[in-house]
Each structure stands twice: as C-alpha cells, then as structure tokens.
Write a protein that binds this ligand. Structure first.
Ligand SMILES: Cc1cc2nc3c(=O)[nH]c(=O)nc-3n(C[C@H](O)[C@H](O)[C@H](O)COP(=O)(O)O)c2cc1C
Length: 336
C-alpha cells in the first residue's frame, strides 16, 4: 500500500456520479486509502495527496457546485494531484455542437471539462474521464423533465445516432476502468487493476438500465461508424488504425491535396479539432474535422467530418470529405 491518501469528491443529482465515485474507489484498490465524499460533506481537502473531482454534466459543463468546490479549495488543490471526471448523456467526443448563439465547438464526454480547466488553469489534471451516465429519465424532477422534453423537441439531431434510452444509459465501463488505471499509474505507481471485470457491479446492476425491460441487452458497442446526409448536416464518422499523431499527419496531407486551410480549434491529449476552410464562390466553406482517442477502443483513432452548408452548396465539401476519408483509410487503416 502506498502512503498517499486520496479523496473522491462528487456531485450527483440522480445518482450516477455517486455510483461511479464508489466504483472508482474499488478500482483504485481496496488496499488504498481513498475517501469518497459528496461535495456537500467536505470541510477541507488538506489531508489528501490527490483529489478526484466528479460531476454530472449540465448544459455542457460540470455542475455549478463543482465550480464552487474548486474555487473554495483552489489554494490547496493547486498543490495537489487532481483528476476530473464527468458523467453525461452524450459521450461521443467527436461531436461538434453547432447551434445559433455559440460558435461551433466540441461537446460530450471529457470535452465538457474544457470550461472548468480554462477557468482554473492553475490546476493541471493528471487525467480526465468522460464516462457517459445511467438512465434517469423516469425520475427527473418536474423542471428537469420539462427542460429535457423541450431540448429533445428543439435540438437538431446532430448526435451520432443513438437516442432515447441509449443516450441516457450511455455509461462505458471500460472508460471508468481506464481512468482508474491511469490514476493507479500516474499517482500511485501501481500496475493496472487486474480484476476490473469482476468489479463491474455498477454496470451490471439490475437497475436502472433494466428497469423497463430486463430482457433488453445493454449496448456495449456504439454505432461509431456512420454517414448522415440531412438538410442540416453532412457527416462522415469512421475509425482508423493508428495514433493521433498519424491521423494528424494524414489530415495535413489531405489539406495540401485539397487546397483547404486548416485551423486548429481545440487540442488536448486525446483529441484534435480542426476547421478546414476553402473559398468557393466568394464564400468560406468549412469542414469540421475531429480526431479522437477512446480508451475503450485502444489502437484506433475516431474521426468525424462534418459540413453544415445547405445541400445544394455541399458539392465541393462532399468531394473533399470523401478524399479525406480515402487518405485516412488508405493502406488498410480503415476499420469497420
Ligand atoms: C437538465 C439536464 C441537463 C443536462 N445537460 C446535459 C448536457 O448538456 N450534456 C449531456 O451529455 N448530458 C446532460 N444531461 C444528462 C446528465 O448529465 C446525465 O444523466 C448524468 O449522468 C446525471 O448524473 P447524476 O445521475 O449523477 O445526476 C443533463 C440532464 C439534465 C436533467
């Protein structure tokens, strides 16, 4: 047992984040000193060497209480090892949100943690996790169910293509396990947990996922390959073998071949988001390109290409996207 003391500080509304917090404690190790506390219970973080901060996502960010928690203990957190995790409905990190009122931006999973990291730049997390969440729709309070109902009515269907139960019951257990292993390695110098599969009590519980129909199998494989050609968007989503660096070099090769100008919009250790623009009939046409690593799919890079031009104006973007896919998937790199 190492002498380091850990704290998992969580904020939950409907229980998923608490469930994950206790699960993480077990994955970090029964022999480790790890306290699990709701943020409401925490008087001080002073006794701990490392603090794991977990929240649910609310409007693409951690909860307000999570920001207040970090602000309150900032002085101590700056001097300690910190990791963030988030539970959410959406967890496909290649998703770009393009809605009026905000520039297009990365959304979902770990991407919901960009804002809190930008607000508190003195905290440099050792790792981050975006796990998805558990089904809570039948239990939402009146205000939340109204908000979600409105959201479902008004949101463009930009998401990767799972909806209803799947968007809520979206937790990916391998992500929780990979996050715990990363903490074991970087904070505690321990090898990966060797019995993670036997500790999936949260994932295999009969509720809430099985509440409506115990015969429904959980989806462990998401539809990560997809094509969409709707009035709002042209999307090509696929996976290739290789590293993020490989993908980046192919994207640069494509930008030269297609004479597009690449602008880096967001970068983190697991993701790159570019906007590739090209002038056409004196208008700038943009292709949004995301390349991301998912811990449940080691050795693969997930790619999403999007164009939001109106269908009659998409011709050139469509052929440029096809060329990008061809270059990225060449030499047998494309995965089904
Ligand atoms: C009002 C409301 C807003 C939400 N906003 C988002 C969001 O912006 N993005 C997302 O992926 N999930 C969103 N969710 C889903 C929750 O983040 C998700 O269900 C989470 O796992 C709940 O955690 P908890 O059970 O610990 O409260 C929202 C849920 C509610 C009720």
């Amino acid at each position: 047992m190492t002498h380091k003391k850990g704290l998992i500080a969580y904020h939950t509304q409907y229980g998923s984040t608490a469930e994950v917090a206790y699960w993480l404690k077990v994955l970090i190790g029964k022999d480790q000193r790890v306290d699990v506390k709701s943020m409401d219970q925490i008087l001080t973080v002073e006794p701990y060497d490392y603090i794991i901060i977990g929240s649910y996502a609310r409007w693409e960010k951690p909860s307000k209480k999570t920001y207040a928690f970090v602000e309150k203990f900032l002085k101590d957190l700056k001097d300690r090892q910190v990791a963030y995790f988030i539970t959410s409905g959406d967890c496909d990190e290649t998703t770009v949100m393009n809605m009026p009122g905000k520039p297009p931006h990365l959304t979902s999973g770990r991407n919901y943690l960009f804002d809190i990291q930008a607000k508190f730049p003195d905290i440099k997390p050792v790792t981050t996790g975006g796990f998805g969440g558990r089904q809570a729709t039948p239990l939402l309070n009146t205000k939340d169910s109204l908000l979600i109902w409105l959201l479902e009515k008004t949101m463009p269907k930009d998401k990767i293509g799972w909806a209803g139960r799947d968007i809520w019951e979206s937790l990916i257990c391998e992500r929780v396990e990979a996050f715990a292993d990363e903490l074991r390695k970087t904070v505690l110098s321990l090898p990966p947990c060797n019995d993670a599969a036997s500790l999936r009590g949260c994932w295999t519980s009969l509720q809430p996922a099985h509440l409506t129909d115990p015969l429904i199998e959980k989806n462990t494989v998401k539809p990560y390959s997809q094509k969409q050609d709707t009035p709002r968007m042209l999307l090509s989503r696929f996976r290739i073998k290789g590293s993020l660096l490989d993908a980046v070099s192919f994207i640069h090769e494509w930008s030269i071949q297609s004479a597009t100008e690449l602008k880096e919009i967001q970068k983190d250790y697991y993701i790159l988001y570019y906007q590739a623009t090209k002038s056409q009939n004196s208008k700038n046409r943009t292709i949004h390109i995301v390349a991301a690593l998912f811990s449940e799919d080691p050795g693969a890079v997930h790619i999403a290409l999007r164009n939001y031009d109106k269908p009659p104006l998409r011709g050139k973007a469509a052929s440029d996207m096809a060329l990008a896919e061809e270059i990225l998937c060449a030499d047998g790199r494309g995965l089904s």
